[in-house]
Ligand binder design. Structure first.
Ligand SMILES: Nc1ncnc2c1ncn2[C@@H]1O[C@H](COP(=O)(O)OP(=O)(O)OP(=O)(O)O)[C@@H](O)[C@H]1O
Ligand SMILES: [Mg+2]
Length: 260
């Protein structure tokens, strides 16, 4: 199992990148779990599967929270596990999708979260690849609903804020002890060499491995305007080809990890 968390400042292009990575990787293996870990969920739209999403993990947690006292002797972990498999995991053509959904309401959710942690741990073991579209705060990792990540891909744009968020994410990932093997930086919507130089030297100074520069691609904006999923991006788009290269690198890392 190889887990990849895509994170970075708001609006830098995390969801577009995650969706396309899921698209490429799931063309070669059907054992992919896509996770939308952003409460303001839009990965299903980017993947073109929004109509298949029934419930989020947050919805099921809420139902559990209000009904647990009346459950009597029902095994609560089994109940949650059954709900997650039947109502949350969404089976798409080449991959499964899990939408984490809304954060907890008022009150103590420790019990529910402890049970869910076990449910997710067991669920995730079934997959070769888990690709997580996360927000910059790595909320689900800090709450330990998701316990580890092998690779963290931080997306930045050409802004100073994008880089300072990347630095904060690096520190946070280390503090959270996620057991990651590598933290990568991807520059997105990069339109000039000067910006590449700034990002390159930032990566060196902060010991983050520079993975790729992705261009601004007007075909992405066209799809946005038409409300079409990003997976419809044409093959001759520069962005498409570069992300395909990133997906191949991830596949190499995965193969290396299972053969070593
Ligand atoms: N390389 C690119 N070229 C052109 N447009 C892009 C590119 N990357 C992303 N976009 C556009 O930028 C916007 C933000 O992208 P996206 O939703 O992937 O960012 P995000 O980091 O997931 O945002 P949020 O923090 O809100 O979840 C979208 O409208 C997307 O289509
Ligand atoms: Mg997003």
């Amino acid at each position: 199992m190889t887990t990849i968390a895509v994170t970075g400042k708001g609006g830098t292009g995390k969801t577009v990148l995650s969706a396309l990575l899921i698209h490429f990787i799931s063309q070669k293996t059907t054992n992919v779990l896509a996770v939308d870990a952003d409460p303001d969920s839009n990965l299903p739209d980017a993947l073109g599967v929004a109509e298949l999403v029934e419930n989020t993990l947050g919805d099921v947690r809420e139902v559990f929270q209000v009904s647990r006292d009346e459950m009597g002797t029902t095994n609560k972990e089994q109940w949650l596990e059954g709900k997650v498999y039947a109502e949350v995991i969404c089976e798409c053509d080449n991959f499964d999708l899990l939408v984490m959904g809304r954060p907890e309401g008022e009150g103590c959710y420790c019990f529910a979260n402890n049970l869910l942690r076990g449910v997710l741990r067991r669920l995730m073991r079934h997959y070769d690849y888990i690709i997580i579209d996360s927000e910059a705060g790595l909320e689900h990792f800090s709450r330990k609903t998701i316990e580890s990540a092998d690779y963290i891909i931080v997306v930045t744009d050409m802004s100073k804020k994008g880089l300072s968020t990347a630095k904060r994410i690096k520190e946070l990932s280390e503090e959270l002890d996620l057991g990651f093997k590598e933290i990568f930086l991807v520059g997105n919507r990069i339109t000039n060499k000067e910006a590449e130089e700034v990002i390159r030297s930032f990566a060196e100074q902060n010991n983050i491995k520079l993975l790729e520069f992705l261009p601004y691609d007007e075909k992405i904006a066209e799809l946005d305007l038409k409300g079409e999923p990003i997976v419809n991006l044409p093959e001759d788009s520069a962005y498409y080809q570069k992300v395909k290269g990133i997906a191949e690198k991830i596949e190499e890392l995965h193969v290396r990890s299972i053969t070593s």
